[in-house]
Write a protein that binds this ligand. Structure first.
Ligand code: ZN
Length: 90
């Protein structure tokens, strides 16, 4: 019972860096560009993709959309490291 309550409360309170990383990914898919900036370093986070054992920065939204399902890893991070997604396994 205690555990259940704890789990429910934690749902709406994702850490800010995760929410910003999610937003970055959504923007890239929907707009093909990122407008989110980091509240700490003021720079836009970047998205990296690991595809066929090579890791590189995602060039644009179309590329991201077309290749995200084949990616082994997707990583989102800003320069100072405040925004980061950890690793998303698709
Ligand atoms: Zn930053």
């Amino acid at each position: 019972m205690d555990t259940q309550i704890k789990n429910e409360t934690s749902v709406g309170t994702l850490p800010k860096y995760i929410m910003l990383a999610d937003k970055t990914e959504t923007e890239m898919i929907q707009n093909g560009a990122i407008s989110t900036t980091c509240p700490k370093c003021g720079k836009k986070p970047k998205i990296w993709m690991t595809l066929k054992d090579k890791t590189f920065e995602v060039p644009d939204g179309d590329y991201f959309r077309d290749n995200a399902i084949f990616a082994q890893r997707i990583k989102i991070r800003c320069e100072c490291g405040f925004i980061h997604s950890g690793e998303i396994c698709l």
